[in-house]
Design a protein around this ligand. Structure first.
Ligand SMILES: Cc1cc2nc3c(=O)[nH]c(=O)nc-3n(C[C@H](O)[C@H](O)[C@H](O)COP(=O)(O)O)c2cc1C
Length: 187
């Protein structure tokens, strides 16, 4: 199974990206191939000026087409997901998330905007035809103790994240039984 992670923070080091580092390690420990992507992988001008012929964008779209699942993590900015992430999502083909399980993650300064994944990001994932959008995981900054190369989460947050990853892998297994990607390669 192939999973893509997409980090949507324009800043580094990043709390929201730290959640993906942990998710990647956990999934790889279960034999799942993970390819990490970050908004930094794209030329800012390509995103701002909607250059659909951007090589990085085309690479990303190609890898996305072969993925079973996607985990997207974003900081909450102004009660929504980051604008940097939106500039990328805007350039994806209309059915970019078709046949994919998507797990959204977010970090924010306070719990006040914990529903932003539901009212802001999920409609966009839906517009990109995601097959199954799982319940997201929202974390307050205070629950992320360290967010360098070796992140450390509060026990409560780590528990919620690992539980959502279990759900994600179960959904991937279900999905892979019916995905055209796997059916055609089995024929
Ligand atoms: C420009 C900006 C806007 C922000 N707006 C919000 C907000 O509306 N609600 C919130 O809970 N946190 C807000 N925050 C805090 C960030 O969401 C939070 O610190 C997040 O964990 C940063 O993630 P990152 O380290 O991955 O960039 C904002 C931070 C910045 C820099």
């Amino acid at each position: 199974m192939n999973v893509i992670t997409l980090a949507g923070s324009p800043r580094s080091p990043s709390r929201s990206a730290a959640l993906l580092t942990i998710a990647q390690r956990w999934l790889e420990g279960r034999g799942i191939k993970v390819t990490p992507w970050n908004v930094f992988n794209f030329n800012a001008e390509d995103l701002l000026y909607a250059h659909f012929d951007s090589p990085a964008l085309n690479d990303f779209v190609r890898q996305l087409a072969g993925a079973d699942g996607v985990i997207i993590s974003t900081p909450i900015y102004k009660a929504s997901f980051s604008g940097a992430l939106k500039t990328l999502l805007d350039l994806l083909p209309e059915r970019a998330f078709e046949h994919k399980v998507v797990l959204p993650l977010a970090t924010g300064g306070s719990a006040g905007h914990m529903l932003a994944l539901d009212y802001a990001l999920k409609p966009v994932l839906n517009a990109l035809k995601a097959q199954e959008i799982l319940h997201g995981v929202f974390s307050e900054d205070s629950q992320i103790t360290r967010y360098d190369g070796d992140p450390l989460l509060s026990a409560a947050l780590e528990g919620r994240l690992l539980e959502s990853l279990e759900t994600f892998t179960r959904a991937l297994e279900r999905q892979s039984q019916f995905s055209p990607l796997h059916i055609s390669s089995a024929l």
